[in-house]
Design a binder for this molecule. Structure first.
Ligand code: HEM
Length: 142
């Protein structure tokens, strides 16, 4: 194969190969309504959490604008969306808070309610909850 042909074939192969971004599984991200949908769900989750007497004390004095921004980024990234989480790691964020199993479950309920209100299907809800559940040990009992 002459050099020009080889370069042409290589270039064509590169063009045809799916890029990293295309290969990303963004199905869940889309089911959550994309970035705008996730931001709305997180807003509702935070309102539900401060309405819930079991966990509202954790949020007293917290910068809710930052929490909304970081949690939205994190869920977007976790769902396969085009976001990059820029917040602190889960251990650092929750150390000293004494989050219990009951608190964790209450927050999950607040999130389920938020997803119901935003018409996310139950299978999609469960896929997000399964991804969040893997962080349990980094958040509870610190
Ligand atoms: C899977 C479950 C959870 C996830 C994914 C999560 C995620 C996050 C994220 C991304 C932040 C922001 C970190 C930053 O500021 O850089 C944060 C902070 C916080 N989380 Fe969680 N969290 C979870 C569970 C909980 C629970 C169960 C509670 C209490 C009921 C809680 C209370 C808080 C509070 C109060 C802050 C703010 C800390 C501060 O700014 O001083 N989180 N969490």
């Amino acid at each position: 194969m002459n050099k020009l042909l080889m370069v042409t074939v290589l270039f064509a192969a590169l063009l045809m190969a799916p890029s990293q971004a295309d290969a990303r599984d963004d199905h869940l991200y889309n089911e959550l309504g994309g970035t705008a949908g996730i931001e709305q769900i997180v807003e509702d989750l935070l309102f539900n959490s401060i309405d819930d007497r079991r966990i509202r004390h954790h949020f007293e004095g917290v910068d809710m604008v930052r929490l909304h921004e970081k949690l939205s980024e994190q869920i977007c990234e976790l769902a396969g969306g085009p976001c990059v989480y820029t917040g602190d790691d889960m251990v650092k964020s929750h150390t000293g808070m004494g989050v219990t199993r009951g608190d964790f479950n209450a927050l999950v309920e607040a999130l389920q309610l938020a997803m119901d209100d935003n018409e996310v299907s139950v299978p999609a809800q469960n896929r997000l909850l399964a991804r969040l559940a893997s962080m349990y040990d980094e958040i509870v009992g610190l």
